[in-house]
Write a protein that binds this ligand. Structure first.
Ligand code: K7E
Ligand code: CUA
Length: 704
């Protein structure tokens, strides 16, 4: 059993879907080293159970100390957890439709997923970045990247909703993203895969000649106004990860790259030949100045910018057609290459802004570059060579030091603000703690299993809260009750308040957490919106009071303005809908109280259901295909009479003379007025009276 498990783990680490490259030599090394994945009833590094339990225990009704935002990887979402409890508080859908609240399904939110390739229901989300002021987390926004179809998104932390998505043009996969500068001036976005720029029909073997990378600087300091300020065209390598500098290095950003071999096939072998690849050190201030001075060219491009309007709560899509492009020669002194062993992955900057740590996933050391030395080397022109206008600095001239024998597969580094760095080791499944300046390793703990990123609350800022480190693991194997072939991914919480790291807690995560950020809860709690103000709702089909509800027909399109309030819908009987009509239920939740959503579902709707927050309007599209009478109901248990919150829609054949009516207060009022004037309104069997023309031809918020 034991042996089998060990072999299984090693195999798993080779074929795992994250596609980590492990050279044959490394495999041998892995096996020799002994894969750290040993089934453990008691985990080494864990402290006594009751001691650990008391450290993560948050009493019922009490709040956690930190919010943790963990990317969901291939699920395209962000999981929000409390720390230290590890309790899942919310899933924020960003690049994927989400059945729990209708994100990406409702007519108002569907456009958020619009791209120049069409509406994309599911993308891959790797990295998170909290907005910063003076190098510290300020709790306003969370930025995340879409890896596959390049995009960056802003999540508003007063609502925990995706408020804006910007597509990145001229990019072949947006991995090194959305790292942020220390006053949230720019969100960074780099090409993972180089591609012909602009895209063109060329032989793949022309890679070295025709393929390029881009590094995009996205202006992000104003909500609703994200924009690609400029792009820097760079050699055709794979740009992997990034960090902005801080303190003295705050005008700089650092990107790792691999595949300086410029391989375009069998990368596993062909992109791993060179001893060193590069970190690109880029001065964004210099680029900004070049762009201002008109040194950028306007290139045609095609990308979309989707913004959730604050008052209509409906996403607006804008298509953009050009982008400013700079090159290392049109903007000299803006970019330098720092030779870095070997196929580096993470690039991380310490809280002082002096040290740039690279995680060379095939390297035997963790190289650390010095920002001071980098400045000096540029002054001294300590260049090895120049590549496409980019000076390559001498390794020795910029090196601060190397952490020796860290373990296998160093990936990512975070900092505790007390002079120590913590690096994740994917292959040997561990975290090593080492001292900045002396580079000596002072502690190491196993992780279960195959750690990718790791995260310290505030660990990316100038002021880390060095209390915990969270390991974000790819593989869980035996750690939880088994759930068939597909197992959970997981995070592990370690206490780092003392000299030695101590394992406190395992908690399963939604999706595969690549990176994450945690922030003091106090910075976010106070900003929370409790409901949307009904008086400010500017949705074109809003129903602000029950008497405004009604139904109207515009050709084959039927608009239902529906009010939802405990415990009924108005109208709750609708007749006169015909087979093949497009019925748009615009449901407004009239509640003005915290935590009272209403749901909406109608039988046979192929779109989805709705979940409507107090004060907002959400629209469900329904195209009935058969005659009959169809129930609709509230899907969120909102009151004692929630089960009564239901109704019917009657569907008649095409061309039927059943008039369109809904049993609204307005319809009743009209009937009364008509009766007073001696007019007879058409009365279908079983219904009250009609409001057929009440709402004329107001367009759907998102006609499609
Ligand atoms: Cu290391 Cu996509 Cu940040 Cu995952 S990446 S681990
Ligand atoms: Cu509204 Cu249940």
């Amino acid at each position: 059993m034991h042996l089998q498990f060990r072999r299984g783990s090693a195999t798993m680490s080779l074929s795992h879907r994250t596609g980590w490259f492990i050279a044959t030599a490394t495999v041998a090394a892995t096996l020799a080293y002994g894969y750290a994945c040993t089934p453990a009833t008691k985990s080494p590094g864990a402290i006594g159970a009751s001691d650990a339990a008391s450290k993560v225990y948050v009493a019922p009704g009490a709040h956690d100390e930190f919010y943790a935002f963990l990317s969901g990887g291939f699920n395209g979402q962000v999981g929000v957890y409390g720390l230290p409890s590890g309790r899942l508080l919310k899933i924020i859908p960003v690049f994927s439709q989400f059945a729990e609240n209708g994100y990406g399904y409702s007519e108002e939110t569907k456009p958020m997923l619009e791209t120049t390739f069409g509406n994309i229901p599911w993308d891959d989300l790797h990295h998170t970045a909290l907005s910063q002021t003076n190098g510290e987390d300020d709790g306003r926004w969370l930025f995340v990247n879409a890896n596959n179809t390049p995009r960056v998104a802003r999540v508003d932390l007063s609502t925990f909703e995706t408020s804006e998505i910007l597509q990145i043009p001229n990019s072949g996969g947006n991995h090194g993203s959305p790292y942020i500068t220390s006053n949230s001036e720019y969100v960074l976005a780099s090409t993972r895969f180089s591609v012909p720029i602009p895209q063109a029909d060329v032989p793949i073997s022309d890679f070295a000649k025709k393929f390029k990378g881009t590094i995009s600087f996205v202006k992000a300091d104003q909500p609703g106004k994200m924009d690609v300020s400029f792009q820097l065209l760079v050699p055709g390598y794979n740009y992997d990860l990034a960090r902005a500098g801080k303190g003295p290095s705050k005008d700089w950003v650092f990107f790792t790259s691999y595949n300086s071999e410029q391989a375009y096939e069998k990368l596993e072998v062909n992109a791993s030949k060179a001893d060193k690849d590069f970190i690109a050190a880029i001065n964004w201030r210099t680029l900004e100045t070049c762009a201002k001075d008109g040194k950028a060219e306007n290139w045609p491009a095609d990308y979309m910018h989707n913004v959730m309007d604050e008052f209509t709560r409906t996403a607006q899509v804008e298509r953009k057609q050009s982008v400013k492009v700079l090159t290392p020669t049109t903007c000299p002194n803006s970019i330098y290459f720092l030779p870095t062993p070997k196929s580096p992955h993470g690039a991380d900057v310490d809280p002082s802004g002096e040290y740039i740590v690279a995680g060379g996933k095939l390297a035997t050391v963790i190289p650390v570059h010095s920002f001071t030395k980098l400045q000096q080397a540029i002054k001294d022109q300590a260049f090895e060579t120049t590549i496409e206008g980019i000076p390559v600095l001498k390794y020795e001239a910029i090196l601060a030091g190397e952490v020796k024998d860290p373990g296998l597969g160093p990936l990512h580094t975070e900092f505790d603000g007390k002079g120590y760095a913590y690096t994740s080791l994917f292959i040997s499944s561990e975290i090593v703690k080492w001292k900045l300046g002396t580079w000596e390793i002072v502690d190491r703990v196993p992780t279960y299993y195959s750690i990718g990123h790791l995260m310290i609350p505030g660990g990316a800022t100038t002021k880390p809260a060095g209390k915990y480190v969270v390991a974000l693991n790819k593989i869980t194997k035996d750690r939880y009750l088994p759930t068939g072939p597909e197992l959970t991914q997981s995070a592990q919480l370690y206490d780092i308040s003392g000299d030695k790291m101590k394992l406190l807690l395992d908690f399963p995560t939604t999706g595969e957490p690549h990176y994450g950020n945690a922030i003091e809860a106090a910075k976010i709690e106070k900003l929370q919106k409790k409901f949307f103000t009904l008086a400010e709702n500017r949705h074109p089909q809003v129903t602000k009071a029950e008497r405004e509800a009604g139904v109207s027909r515009n050709g084959k399109v039927v608009h239902v303005r529906m009010a939802a309030i405990r415990s009924h819908f108005a109208p709750d009987n609708i007749e006169g809908v015909q087979v093949g009509d497009t019925v748009l239920f615009h449901v407004t939740n009239l509640e003005q109280d915290w935590d009272i959503p209403h749901g909406f579902a109608i039988q046979g709707a192929t779109t989805s259901e709705l979940l409507v927050m107090p004060g907002e309007t959400r629209t469900l599209r329904w195209v009935p295909k058969q005659i009959g009478v169809y129930p609709m109901y509230c899907t969120d248990f909102c009151s004692a009479l929630h089960q009564e919150m239901s109704g019917y829609v009657r569907v008649s054949p095409v061309g039927s003379n059943v008039p369109l009516v809904g049993n609204t207060l307005k319809a009743q009022g009209q009937a009364a007025r008509a009766a007073a004037r001696g007019v007879t309104l058409p009365t279908p069997p079983g219904a009250v009276t009609g409001a057929a023309h009440a709402h004329g031809t107001a367009p759907s918020p998102t006609p499609r």
